[in-house]
Every structure is written in C-alpha cells, then in structure tokens.
Design a protein around this ligand. Sequence first.
Ligand SMILES: Nc1nc2c(ncn2[C@@H]2O[C@H](COP(=O)(O)OP(=O)(O)OP(=O)(O)O)[C@@H](O)[C@H]2O)c(=O)[nH]1
Ligand SMILES: [Mg+2]
Length: 655
Amino acid sequence: MATSFNEQFDQHGAWRREFALRLKLLSEWLKDHDLLDSAVEERLRRLEGQMRSDKVMVAFVAEFSRGKSELINAIFFAGYKRRIMPASAGRTTMCPTELGYDAEVPPCLRLLPIESRLHPQPLMEWRMVPEKWLRVDLDVNDPAQLAQAFEKVSEVIRVTVADAKALGFWHEDTPEDNPMAGPDGLVEVPKWRHALINIAHPLLKQGLVILDTPGLNAIGAEPELTVNLIPQAHAVVFILAADTGVTKSDLAIWREHLISEDQDSDSRLVVLNKIDTMWDALSTPAQVHAQIERQRAITAEILGLRQDQVIPVSGQKGLVAKVNNNADLLQASRLPALEQALAHGVLGQRQKILRSSVASNIHELKVESGRVLGIRRRDLAEQMVELKGLRGKNTSVIKHMRARIEQEQADFDASGAKIHAVRSVHLKLLREVFDLLGTATMKAEMHELTTALRQPGLKLGVRKAYAHTFDRLREGLRRAEKVSQEIQTMLTGTFRQLNAEYGFSLQAPREPDLARYERDLDLVERSHNQYLGVSNALKLAQPEFADRLVRALATRLRVIYESALGEVELWNKSAAAQLDAQLRERRRNFGRRLEAIERIQQAASGLDDRIAEIDSQEAALDMLDAKLAELTSHLTEIPVMPRAAPAEQQVLKTA
Ligand SMILES: Nc1nc2c(ncn2[C@@H]2O[C@H](COP(=O)(O)OP(=O)(O)OP(=O)(O)O)[C@@H](O)[C@H]2O)c(=O)[nH]1
Ligand SMILES: [Mg+2]
C-alpha cells in the first residue's frame, strides 16, 4: 500500500535527525583531534541549524468554501478523531491561519487584532512582539477544547464603511469585492489579521507548517500573504469544488496567485474537491466515474493543465473515513492519491535541495579539516629530514643547526607585518561588499521606492518604479560580485606568495555564487509583478497600500541579503582561519624542532627516539585522515529510510 503523507513526512524527519546525530559525532571527533578551527566550527553550526530548523510550508489557497480547512483536517488532523479546524458552509476561516510548532512557546493559539493594519509594520514585525497578540492556551490532549479554541479564526466584527476602508476591506473602485452593508450601514470584517497555532502535533514538530487562508478578498488585502508567504511556500494546494466548477473568482485567484512559469509544477497541486456531490445512487459507478473525469477534463482545460494534474477528491468523506476507520470510503474519497502527490512534490523537492546543500558544505568541511592534517604531515616530514641529517654529526654541527632554526624563527616573526598588510586590504574590500549588501543600502532603496510610489498620478508607472528598484538592486549585487572576485584574486595571489615564501599550503576557498541571489531577486520581482498586474492597479494608488507592499517586499529581501551576507562572511572567515591555522602550526613547529635539538644535545640516544616518535605520529595522521574521509562520507550517504541503529557510534569509539 502507498505510504501516506504523514508517514513520508516522518521518514523525512528521521533522516534529518540521523543527519544531526552524525554531524554531532563528527564535530566531537574533530574537536578531540584539534581539527576544529573557527571556520569549520561555523560551517558545522550552520549545517546543524539548517537541518534542525528546516521548515516545509504547505499553503492551501482557494475561494471561500471550497473545502480548504476540511482538507487540512482530513490530511493532517484525522488522528484527533474529529473536525479540528472549523469548516462550515459560507465563509468560515476569516484570517490566514498558520499551524506550526515552536518548542519555546507553550501550546497556544495567537491572534493578531485586525486593528494592527492601521499601523505600517508588516506582519513579519508583528511576529516579534508577542504581547500584541491575544493568546489562548491549548490543551493538546483535549480535541474538543482545541476545536473550540480554533473557532476564533472565524470571528468577525462590524465596523463602519470608513473603518473598513481604513482596514483595507473596502475599495470604491472594486465594489463587487466589498462586503455587504447591513441595514445599520455597518459591514462585517475579520476580527483578526493573522492566527498562529502552536501545537506539538507530530508532523508540525518535525517542521511542517500549514497555512490555511481565507477566500479571495482577504488574500488580496494582506500583501504579505501574496508576495511573501504564498510564493515562498514549498507547496501550494489550490482547491476547486466539483459542484461549482471553475468560477470567475476561482480563475482570478489562480491567475493572480498561482500561475508561475518557473516554479516546478510539483509544488503546485490542483484539487477538484467535493467529488462526493457527484455520487448519485441512481447512476452506476462507471457513470459517476465518467462524470468526475469529465469535470476534471473541463477544469484542466480552463486552467491550462493536463488532466492528470487535477486531482479529484472528497476531503469531507476522506475525513469521515479516517475517523471511522472505513477503508472503502477512504478509497472512494481518493484522498490517498492526493497525499501521495503532496508527499512526492513537497518532500521530494525539499530533500533534494537539502541534500545538495549538505553535500557541498560537507565537501568544504572535509577540505578544510584535511588541510590542517596536511600541514601537520608536512611539518613532520621536515623534522624527519632535519633529524636524519643530524645522525652521526658532532656537537658543533648540532649547535649550528640550532642557530639556524632560531634564525628562521626570527625571520618568520618579522614577516608578521606583511601578513598584517594582507589582512587589512582584505578587510577593506570585505567592508565594501558588506556595505553593498547591508541593511543601510536596502533601507535607502526601499525608501526611494516608497517615494516613487507616492508620486501622485503614478498609477500606471508602478511597474516601472519597481523595475527601477530591482535594476538597482541587481546592479548592487553585481558590484558585490565584482568586489568578491577582486578579493578572490587578491587572496589567491597572496596565498600563492606566502606558500612560496614560507612553504604554507594555503588555498583560497571558493567564493560564494552571488549570481544565485540575482535569480532570487528575479523571482521576487516576478511575484510582485504578477501582483501589480491585473486587479490591483487601483488599490496601488492608495499610499497605505503601496507602503504595505514595500514593507512586505523589504522583509523578503532581507532574507535574501542576509543569506548572501552569511555566505560572504563564511567564505572570508574560512580564508582567515586558514591563515591563522598555518601561522599557529608553524609557530608550534619551531617549538618542536628546537625542543628536539635540545633533547639531542642532552642525550645521545635522543635522536633515534625522536625519529621513532615521528614515525608513529605519521602513522597516527594516516589514521586520522582515513577516519575523516569515513565520517564525512557517512554524512552524505544517509539513506532516506534510515537504518534501525546508527552504526557510527561503534565505529567512532574505535578511533
Ligand atoms: N460534500 C462535500 N462537502 C465538503 C467537502 N469538503 C468540504 N465540504 C464542505 O464545504 C464547506 C466549506 O468547507 P471549508 O473547509 O470550511 O471551506 P474553506 O475553503 O476552508 O472555506 P473558507 O474558510 O470560508 O475560506 C463545509 O461545509 C464543508 O463541510 C467535500 O469533499 N464534500
Ligand atoms: Mg476555511
């Protein structure tokens, strides 16, 4: 039988845990053998953090009442044996609701009041001020209490048209989207802007984040949702209902939020829900099937997809079937096929990305720690040559040798100034890159964009203003790339020189691929462009709306730039750490050589002992080398389905 989404997600979690365990063992081993310099340590820390905090977000997007919340109940929460997320006829989920797990926070539901919209801060910033959210504690062992607490996401308040306008729910230009006014002239708007649910559900604990959204208007009213959360989700499930077919507003959502040329189709799932409405006692099963297939074909055609890209299910019957352990009904609901597609699309992708990032990091790690071993090996070889040369020599030769080593040491200490000069050039260039990618530059760009968007009568030039900003951002990134190349050239040159002069084995680490971030910028630009297009030109004329959009943009850009800066930092740290390591080892080496000479001066037998000692140290290095290769390759070779007992613990003990 096919594995369910839940099972596959469990396997993904197990894989990550296994990886974290092996990484920890490697790091302890490196530390025990004095192979952990600051760059390697930093790399390990990042890898560990990446694995630990890896989140997979699945967003459910559709017009109201298509069955998003019910489908979430059926796929993820059937284990509670009841309906957890509120799902009912008409509009139910009134605010975007994120379900996830954060161990630092007790199980709770947090709700951000809708009035927060009157302030300019984007959602991202509100997340940092928990005291502004209403908190409802949750009892995870009491599904009834959970369900009751979650009802809050359906709450509404009644406000005047003027207030609705200020909150972003009323637009004179698009009256068809406005909420209906009651006899008292008041209109209904959501009570909450955003909900965060924190529960220790097994899947959420492993990093799954589920985003349930309300229907069309509410999505449009929160730019952050459109330009940040949805485009960044690892999978988006778009839901249509078999009984309504593809309506005009379904199509508007599809066009505005879901079509994307370059995101792989695996991450977009289109679901034709409520197929049970076509189960008809008077038709034969074959007739029902044919009817569902027909609906599926029509849907696919309207959306421009292949028929097999539309997945027919009944979320509601799937939930009932799971709650009652009814295998036949589950089969008929066709829910397992959707879970399969979701698991494949989301987790397959995620694992591929993680694996390739891990592989390149582990490679660097191995090179870096391997280099330290190389230096030690070389030092031993030099000492060996020196000592063998002393065999049978008289005391004056030995004295002479000592003087030579001391001279070498003094010369080496004097070279400190040169190394210092290299460092200061390096730092200067680095500061340029940091400036180009730093917060101040970003702030200035966003300020300029805001000013441009505020120009009266700009309406149609909005895209242009965006295009300008993105052009400048790309230009800045390219300049950072150029300076990075300069740094690389400088490092390569000076390292080569130092290698020749002092017999070092420095090698400039590979520079980060900043072009990748240019592609990220393109993606962000495209998601904004898509949004700027069709229906929002009029909304954009309102300064608050434009402000909000720019702030949402800024939070997304910050993530990109922080990550680029992080890479640049690691790259430079790794270069500096290499130099430090070689200098340190070299100083130690002088010490060891002088010590050896001293011993030989004191006792005739010292020489042979020392040679034997070096022999055994060389053998120990060979073993370390082999062990390092073994431990690092273990990390990249973890099977998706981990074995029952990690064998490394035993292997390590023998080291
Ligand atoms: N017959 C049938 N009804 C369904 C199915 N899935 C959901 N429903 C019903 O459709 C109604 C709407 O479902 P919800 O899950 O609340 O829809 P939603 O998309 O979350 O809607 P909003 O929260 O308002 O955006 C509820 O009464 C559900 O019970 C299904 O597969 N078959
Ligand atoms: Mg809902």
